[in-house]
Write a protein that binds this ligand. Structure first.
Ligand SMILES: [Zn+2]
Length: 169
């Protein structure tokens, strides 16, 4: 092992799947915020709605975002980048935790490669990222996420190990 790899991003904990009910209330709040903002997704082309939420490290404030598509396709913004761009533009550049919600029947929807790099820019540490499924039939209900729902607990270093970052001082 070379010293040149010592500072590489390595996950602190392996990924695991837990239930929504076992999560800290502050994480549940973050997931619900992502569920709510997902309903505003602008997806006339794919119909695939995604919601994301990040909690600012300094203030605890939650910043949310949905995906925003475009007829020209290239300018599309994912939910994660929408949320982080909103946060940075309001002065938050460090985050303690993130959440992403979408719905695929047979898999958790994890951030795309571009978003993993975008999140990494604002994650000095291995911040946890929680991934859950959003059930459209529960929109408007008091319990959009339920105690037995599975949640993937991952982290930015799990999602993007050995990642590129700026080595600014
Ligand atoms: Zn993305």
């Amino acid at each position: 092992m070379s010293h040149l790899t010592e500072n590489f991003a390595r996950p602190e904990k392996p990924e695991e799947v837990v239930t929504y009910g076992s999560l800290d209330p502050s994480v549940q709040e973050l997931l619900r915020a992502a569920f709510d903002v997902r309903q505003r997704a602008y997806v006339p082309y794919s119909g695939f709605k995604v919601g994301a939420a990040f909690r600012a490290k300094a203030t605890g404030q939650i910043f949310t975002g949905c995906n925003v598509e475009n007829a020209a396709f290239t300018p599309c913004s994912c939910a994660e980048r929408t949320a982080l761009t909103k946060a940075v533009s309001e002065g938050a550049t460090e985050f303690s935790v993130g959440a992403v919600l979408a719905y695929e029947p047979d898999a958790f929807t994890t951030p795309c490669g571009v978003c993993r790099q975008f999140i990494r820019e604002f994650a000095t540490d291995d911040i946890p990222i929680y991934i859950a499924q959003a059930i459209d039939a529960r929109i408007g209900s008091e319990e959009p996420l339920r105690s037995e729902d599975p949640v993937l607990c991952t982290s930015i270093f799990n999602l993007l190990p050995s990642s590129f970052r700026t080595y600014r001082k």
